[in-house]
Design a binder for this molecule. Structure first.
Ligand SMILES: *Cc1c(COP(=O)(O)O)cnc(C)c1O
Length: 356
């Protein structure tokens, strides 16, 4: 009997699998598998969320006007050029859907974020990966991979899972050399954690190049991953495209309210940045002492080479209630990704690693 079939390519997608975070019988869990904020979220954001719970019968503001105004004010940007999404993941997906289709190529870096090839395949486009050098995005390799079929280039900066970044000069060169007909998506999900002076989050590039889009998220620095809230800064033309294809009420009201409050809580943001910088240094130093090789990272996570026993180590840690992320889906079976946690989380991880 005939059955409904999805478009070609859909069934070739390996579904994205999030980090694990639960084991039976263990109550104190150390969850370092999903790059979440170990401090939780701003108490002010939680308060705003709870207050929004009194109005669950009302539709949200489909334009997210208050949130966009707050973002515009905080980041000194024109709110008309800001678009909000149900996580930045939704914006990635909407952009790929709008700018690429069957027969088109969607370009990204070898160890780029896994959602990029998934989104490309979902629209029937061909995912193209440019090789990296030493786990760093290679601007020349990306430019060399551009063909007349290339519709988009998706680039996380800093990149997840490698933790490496392209500096201002490299990004400028990429923008200048990339054909202006190719949409450049600069995914700056971890921008707030970067302390290097030569880093640029993408805002200036969007102002200079109408084909560039910067994406940001509330899931990492603001600790609001459960609410699904992200935003993009782009040209009025690209904003117009996203506003045509997005759901009319794509960002829920409690998320909008919590987002506005989170932006205003500078103390929480600073605490998160400080905890992350200290924890990243502690983990890096202590992993090296134990003989493991963490890659240099500017994000809230470290990619670590554990060798052929990586999976065995991961499972032993899991038995102790400590979760870190497996990297097989990135073709890095000997690596594991460790999110920077609280000082206590990090110490527990290091202690546990001494015994596995
Ligand atoms: C975590 C992450 C995001 C954010 O996703 P949300 O959908 O906003 O939770 C986007 N890009 C990269 C590279 C990430 O690691």
């Amino acid at each position: 009997m005939a059955q409904p079939l999805p478009r070609p390519g859909i069934l070739d997608i390996k579904p994205y699998i999030g980090g694990e975070g639960r084991v039976e019988g263990i109550t104190h869990l150390v969850r370092l598998a999903s790059n979440e904020n170990a401090l939780g979220c701003s108490p002010k954001a939680r308060e705003a969320y709870l207050k929004a719970a009194l109005d669950l019968h009302r539709y949200p503001d489909g334009a997210a006007a208050e949130l966009r105004a707050a973002l515009g004010k905080t980041c000194d940007m024109n709110p008309d050029r800001i678009v909000c999404g149900s996580g930045s993941e939704e914006l990635i997906s909407l952009l790929v859907r709008s700018y690429a289709g069957v027969g088109d190529e969607v370009l990204f870096s070898q160890y780029g974020f896994l959602m990029y090839p998934i989104c490309a395949k979902a629209v029937g486009a061909t995912p193209v990966a440019a090789p990296e050098k030493d786990f760093r995005t290679d601007v020349d390799a990306l430019l060399k991979a551009v063909t007349p079929k290339t519709k988009m280039l998706l680039l996380a900066n800093p990149n997840n899972p490698t933790g490496s970044y392209l500096n201002r000069a490299e990004m400028k060169r990429l923008c200048e050399k990339l054909p202006s007909s190719v949409l450049l998506l600069i995914d700056s999900a971890y921008a707030e954690f970067v302390q290097e002076k030569d880093y640029e989050d993408g805002r200036a590039l969007v102002d200079a190049h109408p084909n560039a889009v910067m994406l940001r998220t509330f899931s990492k620095i603001h600790g609001l991953a459960a609410l699904r809230l992200g935003w993009g800064y782009c040209s009025p033309e690209v904003a117009g495209v996203i506003n045509r294809v997005r759901g009319a009420f794509n960002v829920n009201a409690p998320a909008q309210a919590a987002g506005v409050a989170a932006l205003a809580d500078k103390d929480f943001i600073k605490k998160t940045i400080d905890m992350t910088a200290a924890g990243r240094a502690y983990l890096s130093e202590n992993l090296k002492k134990l003989g493991w090789q963490p890659l240099p990272s500017v994000g809230n996570f470290l990619l670590v080479h554990f060798g052929p026993k990586a999976e065995e180590i991961r499972l032993k840690l899991k038995d102790k209630g400590i979760f870190i992320r497996q990297m097989g889906a990135y073709n890095l079976p000997e690596h594991l990704r460790v999110t920077v946690g609280t000082a206590d989380d990090n110490a527990r991880l290091i202690e546990a690693l001494k015994s596995v």
